[in-house]
Design a protein around this ligand. Structure first.
Ligand SMILES: Cc1ncc(COP(=O)(O)O)c(C=O)c1O
Length: 428
């Protein structure tokens, strides 16, 4: 049935059927969760050889005793792993602790408190702002919100952020000092930035405030579900445009090995790395080098990064298929929502009819299926269209995901029909 052409009585009948079904499900007192993009236990198991891999041999190449203090920028072998993930030279990489989010937070703090590469600290500007491609990663937005950095929504299309709008804002406002980018398999849209988008982003350094930085969060650099998708190199593009200082790249092994105990990386030009190190050296004597060595050995002695990620993909693919099948079988052609098939990453982004996302999430919660709160994918938690819902299929077992998605589809239908009915009643 097409919701737009249905009469009030047809819709009322449909609403009654859906409500009965929904009430039946509520009786089951489900307790399912498809909120966060966490690896499943089965995925974590793939890296269990990390445990014990050092067998008492704590020396890295060159003789460093990794158990001791020191080595602010990380072991060379760990930096090589980061260089491989980000496709950059090892000299341009710092290997840190377990979280790239922490490195991003430190990088924003560095820009805010001290400024990068001799530029004005952002805190000295009247109204420093970041451009935020939306929907995006909630924790990026939380960093800005916490520091009082303003945020401007930039819609994401199939090529990446709307670059006309990005350039317009930067030309009009010299206090735009950053943009968040998840360039491959974006969280949550799954979009990979096109060549043209990367090229235009690389040119921003020519028109922006000299302190402006692109936060290139390549969290899903090696997280292909099928064939390898190549992301145009932002480093190469900025070198060609003489804007290399405008980019800070990030990645980690969080969704490669063990999510809570991986290794994170930041890559940038020498001047930017120097600014980061100046801040880091007041904060730490060095990262967890024992863990860095474990990771390096794991990827030289046990498996290659490529083979390892293939195993992740084999576990994840049926879960993504499950989500997409439910959406297709339950909603295709009904005009009740939009979604894309991602080629990698951790999410399926679903857009309800405008104004329905909160209602869907509430209905699902009431029925025992936890979803990421509506609005979470936007700065300040405010989705102007109340439409985007991020579905994270990785963590629950397939049977649970199957049930959760059946409930999700039902809630989309119910919320949409109720909204339409209300609208028609209000129209009189
Ligand atoms: C885009 C993005 N960046 C960063 C992270 C967190 O990475 P880490 O575990 O390295 O802090 C996530 C995790 O969901 C993410 O989706």
């Amino acid at each position: 049935m097409q919701i737009e052409s249905a009469s009030i009585s047809q819709l009322a009948e449909w609403e009654k059927e859906l409500s009965t079904h929904y009430e039946r499900i509520r009786q089951h007192e489900l307790n399912l969760d498809i909120t966060r993009g966490k690896p499943s236990a089965e995925q974590l198991n793939l890296s269990d050889k990390l445990d014990g891999i050092l067998s008492g041999d704590y020396r890295a190449a060159g003789g460093t005793d990794t158990r001791n203090y020191g080595g602010l920028i990380g072991l060379t072998c760990a930096r090589e792993l980061g260089a491989d993930m980000l496709q950059v030279p090892t000299e341009e990489v710092i290997a840190g602790g377990n979280s790239s989010l922490t490195l991003m937070y430190h990088a924003v703090l560095t820009g805010y408190l001290f400024g990068f590469a001799g530029n004005t600290p952002w805190r000295e500007l009247k109204a420093p702002k970041f451009l935020c491609p939306v929907p995006g990663y909630d924790r990026h937005f939380t960093i800005c919100e916490q520091l009082g950095i303003g945020m401007i929504n930039i819609p994401v299309n199939a090529q990446g952020p709307d670059m006309d709008l990005v350039e317009k804002h930067i030309r009009e406002d010299n206090e735009i000092i950053g943009i968040w980018c998840v360039p491959k398999y974006s969280n949550p849209t799954g979009v990979t930035y096109s060549e043209e988008t990367v090229e235009r982003l690389a040119q921003l350094g020519q028109i922006a405030n000299p302190g402006f930085r692109i936060f290139w969060d390549n969290a899903y650099a090696v997280h292909d579900l099928g064939h390898y998708v190549s992301l145009p190199s932002i480093r190469a593009a900025t070198l060609e445009n003489d804007t290399a200082d405008s980019v800070l790249q990030f990645a980690s092994t969080s969704k490669v090995t063990h999510a809570g105990s991986g290794v994170a990386f930041v890559s940038a030009t020498g001047d930017n790395l120097k600014s980061l190190q100046q801040q880091m050296q007041a904060m730490t004597i060095g990262p967890d080098k024992v863990n860095q060595l474990r990771h390096s050995r794991f990827f030289t002695e046990c498996t290659s990064l490529k083979d390892h990620m293939r195993k992740h993909a084999d576990i994840l693919r049926p879960k993504f298929d499950c989500v997409l099948e439910h959406l297709h079988n339950g909603l295709a052609g009904m005009n009740l929502g939009q979604w894309e098939k991602p080629q990698g990453g951790y999410f399926v982004s679903f857009n309800t009819r405008p104004g329905c996302a909160k209602a869907v999430v509430n209905l699902a919660t009431e029925a025992g299926v936890k979803l990421t709160p509506a609005g979470a994918t936007f700065p300040y938690g405010k989705d102007p269209e109340d439409s985007n819902i991020r579905i994270a299929p990785s963590f629950p077992p397939l049977e649970e995901l199957d049930t959760a998605m059946a409930v999700f589809v039902l809630c989309v239908k119910l919320a949409s029909v109720r909204q339409r009915l209300k609208h028609l009643h209000q129209k009189g």
